[in-house]
Design a protein around this ligand. Sequence first.
Ligand code: FES
Length: 205
Amino acid sequence: MNRNKLVEAKVPFVFSKENKEELDKHISKYPDGRGASAVMPALDLAQRQNAGWISKEAIETIAATLKMPVIKVWEVASFYTMYNLEPVGKHLIQVCRTTSCWLRGSEEVLSSCRKYSGADVGRPSKDGLFSLMEVECLGACVNAPMVQINDDYYEDLDAEKMKNIIEDLKAGKNHSIGPQVNRLNSAPITGALTGIDTKAEKGQS
Ligand code: FES
């Protein structure tokens, strides 16, 4: 993912009425003259409005709105990998490659993403549906391996489960989020292991 240059959309960026109202709420949390403190929510709102990425025009609009130098807005946008500085597919798949996920099969999950989405790391699919990123730990290690797609986590994956998710997204269907095995959130896969009456288990009264 490009983080070194601003990409022009070649159309002006203007916050929608709803997003401008939302941004004004964030700005109002800070003392007068400190609107720059709202730069992160401003970037997030701009990205959501702009099909998942932040254009040069959006950076300039944010800078003017928050009375900041353009370079300061760009510094923040290029530091945090959650901001995309180039166009992305409709579904941005972030594959965790850190230790727990790697040990549990993230290589196979990534291969499945490549094979079925048509995207590769740094190259969106031709149909514009998918982009693929390798990322560091997303904090769901107990459900490794996992991916994040847009705002949602898909956990306890393998190559086949990843394929099914991608096929559903291609078909415009909803796919259940969270664990892809039979467990609640990150509860033990074998069922509850706490709150067991050990005396009853041993047949004692
Ligand atoms: S190592 Fe993948 S979520 Fe932590």
